[in-house]
Write a protein that binds this ligand. Structure first.
Ligand SMILES: Cc1cc2nc3c(=O)[nH]c(=O)nc-3n(C[C@H](O)[C@H](O)[C@H](O)COP(=O)(O)OP(=O)(O)OC[C@H]3O[C@@H](n4cnc5c(N)ncnc54)[C@H](O)[C@@H]3O)c2cc1C
Length: 420
């Protein structure tokens, strides 16, 4: 029985030193011998998929999430949590804005505080090219009904006072601002979805690595999975494994148009509130916000080589820090507390892949690269519908795997040169 959070339960626990909270989700040691749907990957996207499957598509039957480590231990718990939907193409704006609308009521929906904070995301223009690109985004977003506005350098400074708009190396020529954008607490997103999915009967099995995908020798449809905790029979599998997706899909004989790269972030020592919004600079590839604990959260670019390691080159971090120090001179004396890396899965057009595959019963949700946290609720919602019906959800349809053979790319990489 899941505890409902409310004034009374919080007050009761506060008075007895928070010793009475029960575990927030069931954590079975082993999977059952058979399920109707198995989601591989217990990150935010996989857990959200399981939750929406159980909530909106009960008829699919028994659902499990298999996670090789601990839930949220992949990119979900390693990202800088920027949320926005001001992408260039209508297909992307529809997908990411679907997510932003779900973020808005998510804490209430899950009865779990995911700390969504729409404090505004400002993207800096440092060159005439940047300015033209961002102004084009502003116009395109307005046509799509997505908020995005152009700020002059003075308006950008007023929105984010620590910003040095006259910075010699990276002068600020203006900025695109999405006021509905912001940040959320990443762990809480994984935990909130896990808790709500578990309450609806989903089995979440941690430390259970999928090592093989079994297929029917006649029709080729999936029949089950090999795991480090035994064999699981299952007619429908959704792979949501971010940087490890290619490895999993290869187990079913599929080669994916994905490359995996390390992407790093770091946090400073905590300080009082000094940074009111989120700032991104695509030109220098640094992005920054302040967590509720007070740490400056800083993201860097991807390393230049493919890797499955959750660590990257020091020079990439130092490049991002140099840029941050030039844009925000007041942070020069801050000390950095820790850094880490994740493995991001990027597609040639920097848009995700969501949908069916040539293998009957096998579905995939991947390719979110450096920018999938923001999409977590929307991604899970449309992927659940896709798995439940066997046909792509209308918002997911343009993101099908086939676009790499038909050529109908959604080229956000060419549009923005970055897709955080
Ligand atoms: C440093 C960094 C900064 C980022 N900043 C942002 C940002 O500001 N905004 C934004 O929107 N996005 C950002 N991202 C990207 C974002 O984190 C990801 O796109 C998103 O979290 C992907 O979620 P997921 O659930 O698909 O993947 P994950 O959270 O990685 O979950 C996949 C899970 O699959 C599991 N798995 C893998 N192989 C197996 C197996 N064989 N068997 C079982 N389980 C398996 C993994 O252990 C993992 O837990 C950033 C990423 C990084 C690394």
């Amino acid at each position: 029985m899941t505890t409902r959070f409310g004034l009374l339960s919080l007050a009761r626990e506060a008075l007895r030193g928070h010793r009475g909270w029960a575990p927030q989700w069931r954590s079975p040691e082993r999977p059952q011998p058979a399920y109707d749907v198995v989601i591989v990957g217990g990150g935010g996207h996989g857990l959200a998929t399981a939750y929406y499957l159980a909530k909106e598509h009960r008829h699919v039957g028994r659902i499990a999430v298999l996670e090789k480590g601990w839930i949220g231990g992949g990119n979900t718990g390693r990202n800088t949590t920027i949320i926005r939907s001001n992408y260039l193409f209508p297909e992307s704006a529809a997908l990411y804005d679907h997510a932003v609308r779900l973020w808005d009521g998510l804490s209430r929906e899950l009865d779990y505080n995911v700390m969504f904070s729409p404090r505004g995301v400002m993207m800096l223009a440092h060159s005439v090219h940047d300015e033209q690109v961002f102004r084009r985004h502003v116009h395109a977003n307005r046509l799509d009904g997505v908020d995005n506005e152009w700020l002059t350098p003075a308006q950008a400074k007023a929105f984010c006072p620590p910003l040095d708009i006259a910075c010699a190396r990276y002068p600020v020529l203006g900025a695109a601002l999405q006021r509905r954008g912001g940040v959320a607490r990443h762990d809480a997103v994984a935990w909130g979805y896990a808790r709500a999915a578990s309450a609806l009967g989903v089995d979440i099995i941690q430390e259970c690595e999928v090592t093989g995908i079994a297929r029917d020798p006649r029709g080729g449809a999936v029949t089950g999975l090999e795991t480090t905790k035994g064999t699981v029979r299952c007619p429908r599998i959704g792979v949501v494994a971010a940087g490890s997706t290619s490895l999993l899909m290869a187990m079913a004989g599929l080669r994916m148009p994905l490359e995996s790269f390390p992407l790093q972030a770091l946090v400073s020592e905590p300080v009082k509130p000094v940074f009111p919004c989120v700032v991104m600079s695509n030109t220098v590839h640094a992005y920054i916000s302040q967590s509720d604990k007070g740490e400056l959260v800083i993201g860097a670019g991807t390393d230049g080589y493919n890797s499955y390691s959750q660590a990257g080159g020091v020079q990439v971090l130092s490049h991002a820090l140099e840029a941050v120090c030039e844009l925000f001179p007041t942070f020069r004396r801050m000390r950095m507390l820790r850094s880490w890396g994740g493995i991001v899965d990027t597609t040639p057009d920097r848009s995700p892949i969501i949908g069916t595959t040539p293998v009957p019963g096998l579905f995939v949700n991947c390719g979110w690269g450096t920018g999938g946290f923001k999409a977590t609720p929307g991604s899970g919602h449309v992927f659940a519908a896709t798995i439940a019906t066997g046909a792509p959800h209308p918002i997911a349809a343009p993101f099908a795997l086939e676009r790499f053979t038909t050529g109908r790319l959604i080229d956000e990489a060419a549009a923005a040169a970055v897709a955080h």
